[in-house]
Design a protein around this ligand. Sequence first.
Ligand code: MF3
Ligand code: CO
Length: 264
Amino acid sequence: MSTKIPVRNPNEISKLRKAGEVSARILMELMPIIKPGITTKEIDDYARELFQREGCGNAFYGYYGYPGQLCISVNEEVVHGIGGSRVIHDGDIVSLDAGAIVDGWYGDNAMTVAVGNVSEEARRLLAVTEESLFRAIEQAKQGTPLSEVCAAVEDFVRPYGFGIVREYVGHGVGRKLHEEPQIPNYRPNYPMPRLKRGMILAIEPMITLGGCRVKVLDDNWTAVTADGSWAAHFEHTVAVGSHGGEILTERPRIALPDQLGISL
Ligand code: MF3
Ligand code: CO
């Protein structure tokens, strides 16, 4: 089966971890400014400052002409939202997705932040989406078919009745933002290769409170849910290890049930 998935050695993985750590730090440093009244353009501007301060490259800016420093997707926006005039309000959920390049190595990660008084169902959405990512990461171990990573998201999310976005998927990452393989967030109906230690995966469940269909706005980037339901997105870059995925974009969890005052 597919032999196109790159395998990275420990030296390469330590370089990927540098890029991953910077990517994660940028997200965590953005979090405190995600407050009611700020515009998504102001968030993007602050991200530009953070990338400059880190002295790293930006994996998204200019990618197929992408105009933002990062992706900022609010409420019904699923992914690839571009900073602009939209104002953040109390009760919103804001997905931030950022990627850094360090010495030619790429990191990619995302998280959805709750702003102020968020509804209980939206808090459940965040908690379920973040947890589904961790269930998938557990499966990212040598010898396991990649399909088990994909299935772990679906198996965890399905009982909650949430929508699982199919049009956007996770991916390999390394010397480019997108490498082999593609990583759907559902059990594929075709066989997938077994994982090898040192494969690098960006796993990124995108989950909605409604249906799974999405459409792209006239800016040709912003993907929104077709039914207007709210969506969450969590992503880590991980290296396949012997007991599970080793997270290269390490950062604190932000959507544990306890943190959000709910139980799953
Ligand atoms: N994490 C997303 C992805 O892997 C965001 C990148 S899209 C970009 O597709 F165009 F903004 F770079
Ligand atoms: Co990604």
